[in-house]
Design a binder for this molecule. Structure first.
Ligand code: HEC
Ligand SMILES: [Cu+2]
Length: 314
């Protein structure tokens, strides 16, 4: 369904979001009709001087009350279920997806592909492929929105948020920052370029990045001295990082946390906040020494370290 005064529908989410929206508009229109049509009819029928029957009606009021309470109740519960199913689809990215890292800053979007290609205010993606965006901000709150895909997500400093889409039509679509973020907020715009898979491969190859994301992460892991402690041949006993990603980690104090992107990030920036069970709090903080981009690369490297069992589980 395409209504001419509406935007392009260019992702799998777009028709679902629009259907819900049109459904709500239709419900609102019907409710308006139910109220206003009788109103005009009664205005006409009971106008002054008309000989209408003005005796009070004798229907039990509980019947009327029940009808106009129960029917709308089921209608809004229906909308609630419909709305939540759309919401959960938007909020739960599919497990298998192409990954893009995005950093918002005053006033631009900096992106990096797993292959290492970098972009500013542009995102090239292949049509028909699920794309997962991991976003953070290096200063204030921004918001990454692509109206043609019906996606929109606040991007916060110090956190990772996730957005996903699967583009269904080749073309060029707007990216907006949808959260007022300072004087040049209005120029924090860009475009998603949806290409055929072959054209996308060409584009990737033309970029000729020096390193993939994982390779950059590996280099940093050595340059920053992480490997000195974490490769197992130092004076300091530090946990091996192979296979840690995605697993529950036991902490001092008895809780467990799942080692996701945010956990790795905090391990690097705030190592004192969550100490791995059985280890001493000897890891120095890297806050101020690594950029958001480098954090993404380190995380990609640790993620890519394979799925071997972490040491504590052996
Ligand atoms: C001085 C030695 C040392 C250096 C250098 C070091 N770490 Fe650590 N790291 C540790 C120790 C000890 C722990 C366990 C205690 C804790 O949780 O802080 C740890 C914990 C971690 C964890 C949590 C591991 C788990 O099993 O949950 C991650 C992730 C991590 N470090 C990543 C890094 C990265 C990335 C770097 C480099 C930017 C780095 N570390 C540099 C000593 C070090
Ligand atoms: Cu912004």
């Amino acid at each position: 369904m395409r209504v001419p005064f509406f935007l392009d529908q260019a992702s799998t989410l777009a028709p679902r979001v629009d259907a819900l929206y049109y459904g709500l508009v239709a419900l609102t229109a019907i409710m308006m009709g139910i109220i206003f049509l009788p109103m005009f009819y009664f205005l006409y029928k009971y106008r002054r001087g008309n000989k209408a029957d003005r005796r009070p009606i004798r229907i039990p009021t509980w019947k009327i009350e029940m009808t106009w309470t129960v029917i709308p109740l089921f209608i809004v519960i229906g909308f609630y279920c419909w709305g939540s199913s759309v919401y959960f689809e938007i909020e739960r990215p599919p497990a298998k997806a192409m990954e893009i890292n995005i950093i918002g800053k005053q006033w631009m979007w900096k992106l990096q592909h797993a292959e290492g290609n970098r972009e500013i205010n542009q995102l090239h993606v292949p049509v028909g492929e699920t794309v997962r965006l991991t976003l953070t901000s290096q200063d204030v709150i921004h918001d990454f929105a692509v109206p043609a895909f019906r996606i929109k997500q606040d991007v916060l400093p110090g956190r990772y948020v996730v957005e996903w889409f699967k583009a269904t039509k080749e073309g060029t679509y707007h990216i907006f920052c949808n959260e007022y973020c300072g004087v040049s907020h209005a120029s924090m715009i860009g475009e998603v370029i949806v290409m055929s898979p072959a054209a996308y491969q060409d584009w990737l190859a033309r970029g000729q990045p020096e390193e993939t994301l994982v390779q950059s992460g590996e280099r940093l892991f050595r340059e920053l001295g992480c490997s000195g402690c974490h490769m197992g041949n130092s004076q300091i006993r530090a946990p091996r990082l192979e296979g840690v990603f995605g697993k529950p980690v036991p902490l001092q104090g008895g809780q467990f946390v799942v080692a996701d992107e945010k956990y790795i990030r905090d391990s690097i920036l705030l190592p004192q906040s969550q100490i791995v069970y059985g280890y001493a709090p000897l890891m120095p903080t890297y806050a101020g020494h690594v950029t958001e981009e480098e954090l993404f690369q380190l995380i990609a490297y640790i993620k890519g370290l394979g799925n071997k069992q972490p040491e504590y589980m052996k």
